[in-house]
Write a protein that binds this ligand. Structure first.
Ligand code: UTP
Length: 297
């Protein structure tokens, strides 16, 4: 069955990025000139998604405003003849059919997905985390949807991580592998490197069957006092196969300060109109640092 609906959970507290996230959601932090969540909506649309539900929390009004029309702004841009940016601004509000639902308390990612149950109904759906940017030739979500369309199973996006990063992620234990696709035997949430069954971590993209909802609804709070999506997937794994796809592309965790800086720099380098300026700035900076290091020797 083709996947037409997606959930973007964006109701987390963003504590790793305080104080920037005190009064605004991390999903609205700009990466070059677009808020992070716009890249995610664009990835969903490029993958073939038609309807999106964004799960919002406190301080999330700016997300709704961003994807809504701004008649006053459009009028001013029109009067000033700024046609290029006017078209871009109009395009944002026409990207997809976007809906919102509020997660009253940030009770975890699993709880955020469960909040979208009524909107999704009885069909497979995608989940794209609001703070995980994926830059890929073939959109990351499309890579998962292709496997789901062949297998009909739940599919999670994964990438290899360094041993020192294993404890930050859900790590998969694999039963079989064929090219870029694995069948899961189990998942472990944030294991120590000695306990990790692999170095393959779940990244923020999922295609799920609606059978995940009753499992989520039955879960007790898990790690961190939150309803964990990983716990639901572990249960699902015992009754039906789950596949993992090794996502081909670059991923940035913009909820992490360094991940955010990297995203901004690399995205700017990928823009032809900015590349030269950024490269010459970086070269100059490296030169200055090298001189400083020499003088301290
Ligand atoms: P994270 O764990 O990265 O988000 O959740 P967080 O809790 O905001 O982060 P820190 O650790 O406090 O900095 C992954 C995604 O799930 C959403 C977040 O907004 C993020 O996009 N999320 C998380 C929810 O929507 N609701 C929740 O209760 C928790």
């Amino acid at each position: 069955m083709t996947v037409k609906k997606a959930v973007i959970p964006a109701a987390g507290l963003g504590t790793r990025f305080l104080p920037a996230t005190k009064a605004q959601p991390k999903e609205m932090l700009p990466v070059v000139d677009k808020p992070a969540i716009q890249y995610i909506v664009e990835e969903a649309v490029a993958s073939g998604i038609e309807s999106i539900i964004i799960v919002t929390g406190r301080n999330k009004r700016s997300i709704e405003d961003h994807f809504d029309r701004s008649v006053e702004l459009e009028q001013t841009l029109e009067e000033k003849g700024k046609n290029e940016i006017l078209e871009e601004i109009k395009g944002i509000s026409n990207l997809a059919s976007i809906h919102y639902i509020r997660q009253r308390e940030p009770l975890g990612l699993g709880h955020a997905v469960l909040t979208a149950r009524q909107f999704i109904g009885d069909e497979p759906f995608a989940v794209l985390l609001g703070d995980d940017l994926m830059m890929a030739e073939k959109p990351a979500l499309r890579q998962l949807m292709d496997v789901h369309e062949q297998t009909g199973t739940d599919v999670v996006g994964v990438q290899h991580v360094a041993p020192e990063d294993v404890s930050k992620y859900g790590i998969i234990d694999t039963r079989t592998s064929r090219g870029l696709v694995y069948e899961l035997a189990d998942l472990v949430e944030k294991p120590s490197v000695d306990e990790a069954p692999s170095m393959i971590a779940v990244m923020g993209r999922y295609v799920l069957n609606p059978s995940i909802f009753p499992i989520l609804a039955s879960l007790e709070k898990g790690a961190g006092g939150e309803i964990q999506l990983t716990d639901a997937l572990r249960k699902q794994c015992t009754v039906s196969p789950i596949h993992a796809v090794s996502i081909q592309g670059q991923r940035y965790d913009i909820g992490d300060k360094f991940g955010y800086l990297r995203a901004g720099l690399e995205m700017a380098l990928s823009r032809p109109e900015m590349r030269g300026q950024v490269l010459s700035f970086l070269n100059g900076l490296c030169g200055k640092i090298a001189v400083r290091q020499k003088t301290h020797l």
